[in-house]
Design a protein around this ligand. Structure first.
Ligand code: SF4
Length: 626
């Protein structure tokens, strides 16, 4: 293994050559030092991958080279789940802990592997060979249960696969020699519509842009009705126009590929098989707003897509579709860097993503100002979803009417859904907006359905009485997650899983989310174990309202949705578990006083908590409570 200081020196020289490729013309960087500082998180990820942790020595070296305080570097390491200051195992195994993985038996498989390998969950084994832990949804819900081994995904786990994996680990077999089929991830596309079926020639959207002017193309984009596919549904043309019109010496385009919402995996497929179209859309956006530089922010769980994405970017440079003077147009420069995330769901929020791109902890910024005027490096920045960029590229080529031919008046076009859970045919389904939940359930082979969770953990729980509702911005709006639960499922398992998820993923910046999420999780757990009372349910509603109304960002505001929704639509799952509908103390106060009674030698009625009024009806003292 390379000596640490040489490894870090190599990283810096790679970073400098990257800077030379992009800067300085139009990217706005103060110089390669600034570029290096902005890459702190990328350096940390590289060191983690090479040495299985980030040592004190590595932190010191980074501090010297980057002139960033040690405390700040340590703060970044502490923030991201995939970064560690203590060595991880030679095989660093993380089980995906999404509710759909659990429904497919991941908990038993996790315990099986820990037992065979004789390793404590979350701990590195004494010989340093292996550690086995849990992580949030890895985006393989259609092929679960899944795990990550040193960042590479293994799908379709079962008992025999777990036994073999344990043997491979104990024999220290390098990952390259593990069976190829373990690492196979299928696209699983089950239904296509206009977005996935109508293909464009690479470069054709850029040619349209060159032949037209930005106002005309942005008008066409607006006329198409394209709205962001990441869930918020902001009008894309408006966002891009705001960015174009903001005064600045540099602008940036960011593709948000931090697909972390549990149950969502459509970006995995798009990045795997439609990367050219994504980059075409980013290049179109860059040309329209005047950006020279773009980023793909790729979630750490999709590390295995990195090489193929890099290859696509390089191929497009070779084809003169990226880089300097694109398609021989003087001054049309644009290039893309891929930045990896490191296991932080909050970085899907656009301002947190920008903080992370700048190498910092992913704490959401105060808004306004919005990223379209004050984004990456405080410059105007467009952050759009993977699917949005593909749609924009195709609208530029085929026109607004092509796009509007699908969908509804308020929600034009199509939506990719990631369908998982209790159905015969999980996978990717592209539907025109306006499709009903009922139709989707029929298509994916779901029967005897108790509920559908639309839009992930932060979304809505839809009961059978609402299956006529539709996927649309003005009805059920979603980034794509669609999880099916049949009547044999305990819906409370989903509620508990989501409550744990939000507790883990809260960035901790604001009290309503940090503390409220923990209190809510404790109360959900109290319901699960059968100790909750009616008063606890009231308390859950109160905490949820506080979180919704006063959290700093959308994560805290949406974190209690599933609790409120299930309490309203599935009250029986709570009522049947209540210890009593009134009040029950959290612990036995009378028993707790036993020692005091023994010390004072008292055991009369007045020395017990159950002792009732001090005065009877006649006003006579009934006991000595002194
Ligand atoms: Fe962080 Fe949660 Fe507050 Fe958002 S709501 S800033 S995730 S603590």
């Amino acid at each position: 293994m390379k000596v640490l200081k040489y490894f870090i020196s190599d990283m810096f020289s790679d970073c400098e050559s990257l800077h030379d490729r992009f800067g300085p013309g139009g990217t706005g960087y103060g110089g390669s030092e600034e570029h290096a500082r902005l890459n702190l998180l990328q350096f940390l990820i590289a060191i983690q991958k090479q040495y299985s942790h980030i040592s004190t020595e590595a932190i010191e070296l980074l501090h010297e080279r980057l002139n960033i305080p040690v405390s700040q570097i340590e703060g970044v390491i502490d923030f991201y789940t995939f970064l560690h200051k203590q060595p991880r195992g030679e095989f660093d195994i993380l089980f995906s802990d999404s509710i759909t993985d659990r429904m497919l038996g991941s908990t038993g498989l996790f315990e099986q592997l820990c037992s065979i390998l004789d390793v404590e969950p979350g701990q590195t084994r004494n010989d340093g060979r292996v550690c086995v832990g849990l992580t949030s949804c890895t985006g393989i819900c259609d092929q679960g249960p899944a795990m990550l081994v040193n960042g590479r995904v293994i799908s379709n786990l079962d008992n025999s696969r777990i036994e073999h994996i344990a043997e491979l680990v104990d024999a220290a077999t390098p990952l390259e020699e593990w069976p190829d089929e373990y690492f196979r991830v299928e696209n699983n596309i089950k239904r296509v519509d206009i977005l996935l079926s109508d293909m464009i020639i690479h470069g054709s959207a850029i040619e349209k842009m060159i032949a037209s002017d930005s106002t005309t193309l942005l008008d066409s984009l607006e006329e198409s009705g394209l709205r962001g596919r990441g869930g918020a549904g902001f009008i894309t043309a408006m966002k891009w126009r705001f960015c174009r019109d903001a005064k600045a010496d540099a602008r940036y385009v960011v593709c948000n590929a931090d697909e972390g919402e549990p149950g969502t995996f459509k970006d995995r497929v798009l990045l795997n098989s439609y990367a050219d179209d994504v980059i075409e859309g980013m290049t179109l956006c860059a040309g329209l707003i005047g950006a020279k530089k773009g980023f793909i922010y790729l979630r750490g769980e999709y590390f295995y897509l990195l090489d193929a994405l890099e290859a696509t970017i390089q191929k497009r440079r070779d084809e003169n579709l990226l880089g300097k003077n694109i398609l021989r147009n003087q001054g049309l420069d644009f290039d893309i860097e891929i930045h990896l995330g490191a296991g932080a769901y909050i970085c899907g929020e656009e301002s947190a993503l920008i903080e992370s791109l700048e190498g910092k902890r992913g704490i959401p910024r105060k808004r306004p100002p919005f990223p379209v005027t004050n984004g990456y490096r405080d410059r105007p920045t467009v952050v759009s979803n993977v699917e949005t960029f593909i749609a924009a590229a195709k609208i530029a080529v085929f026109g607004a009417d092509w796009f509007k031919s699908a969908g509804t008046d308020s929600s034009s076009g199509t939506k990719l859904l990631s369908i998982s859970g209790d159905c015969e045919r999980p996978g990717i389904y592209e539907y025109p907006f306006g499709v009903s939940v009922k139709q989707i359930l029929q298509d994916c082979g779901a029967e005897d359905v108790q509920a559908v969770q639309v839009a992930g953990a932060a979304g809505l729980t839809v009961p059978p009485t609402e299956f006529e509702r539709t996927i649309a911005f003005d009805d059920l709006s979603t980034a794509g997650s669609f999880m099916v639960f049949n009547k044999q499922r305990e819906l409370m398992d989903m509620v508990m899983n989501f409550a744990e998820f939000f507790c883990h993923e809260s960035c901790g910046f604001c009290t309503p989310c940090r503390v409220g999420g923990q209190l809510l999780k404790n109360l959900v757990n109290k319901v699960v174990v059968g100790h909750a009372t009616g008063l606890d349910l009231e308390e859950m509603s109160n905490i949820a309202r506080v979180m919704q109304q006063s959290s700093h960002c959308g994560l805290g505001a949406t974190a209690p949705n599933h609790v409120l929704d299930t309490m309203e639509k599935f009250p029986q799952i709570y009522m049947q578990r209540l210890a009593n509908r009134g009040f029950e103390p959290a612990f036995d106060l009378d028993a707790a006083l036993e020692e005091s009674r023994q010390i004072t030698g008292r055991d009369d009625a007045g020395a017990h908590i159950g002792y009732e009024p001090l005065l009877d009806d006649a006003g006579d003292q009934r006991g000595d409570a002194s």
